[in-house]
Design a protein around this ligand. Sequence first.
Ligand SMILES: C[S@@+](CC[C@H](N)C(=O)[O-])C[C@H]1O[C@@H](n2cnc3c(N)ncnc32)[C@H](O)[C@@H]1O
Length: 316
Amino acid sequence: MDARAEHIPVLYQEVLAALAPRAGGRYIDCTLGGGGHALGILERSSPDGRLLGIDADPEALKIATARLEPYRSRCILINDNYINVGRLARERNFVQVDGVLFDLGFSTIQIESLNRGFSFRVDAPLDMRFDPRQEITAEDLISTSTEQELAEMIFKYGEERRARAVARAIVAERARRPIETTGQMTRIIERVVPKQGKIHPATRTFQALRIAVNRELENLESALGQVVELLAPGGKLAVISFHSLEDRLVKQFFAAEARGCICPPRIPVCVCGHKARLEIATKKAIAPSSEEVQRNPRSRSAKLRVARRVGVRPSP
Ligand SMILES: C[S@@+](CC[C@H](N)C(=O)[O-])C[C@H]1O[C@@H](n2cnc3c(N)ncnc32)[C@H](O)[C@@H]1O
């Protein structure tokens, strides 16, 4: 890991305003990263608010553990995948919580790392795993998928219009020699995807590989379903996404959970029994201010959506 890299938390004030941490509250940060948002939650919930922090990346956990040292007695930090959030939270009695945060994707620390392979700007082994204990790397995906599978993956998760051409070029190259580094992969893409505007031609394919390697959309969908169960009435769910696939998933999840009866309109009396569990707090996603984008260009595609668990909190 590059010791110089530091992750600046995105939409920091907006997240804290949404979660409104309070003394005695309990919070779950599903994507602890460098611990930036977590630190704010712990500070604002002084003197006795508690935080359960999760990150799949052991390096991120180390950094966050050091940063949150002053609050050690009020937080539990776990190196695990947030797909297990329901079990992890129940085991530690983090139920009926006041707020849950997802700040999706990767951190600056990860993208600037010299050996993780997340960036086409750093020549590194094609790894891209958040959790190094996971078996499948990006190199494995590239060397074992068929041309059709590669094309579908690059199109679906990267929304790359030249997905077929990229897949064809990968298959042609790997017949000559193994594709092992981000540098090799970037050169293959540059040969078949024309540069358009400011976006580097490899951006979309790298996004697709990372999403596929880490099963990001499947994990997010499952975890969102689990955290709704963990929220107390009035508890807030805040999600920061960085690309349209994630944002669409979050938006659709919130909309489905905010709907009451889902019977077809021709049925006069409700038979489904479906009840809304969330109330949407952000009709339109919150975007960073132009000052934030200037200060931290990584924030430019961020979108924050917030929802509130419906119901009345039982009086103590
Ligand atoms: C954008 S960073 C979070 C930064 C953090 N909010 C901060 O202020 O420092 C996203 C983090 O989520 C982690 N992550 C991504 N997918 C995960 C998953 N399925 N389970 C657990 N952690 C995950 C990554 O390892 C990364 O550290």
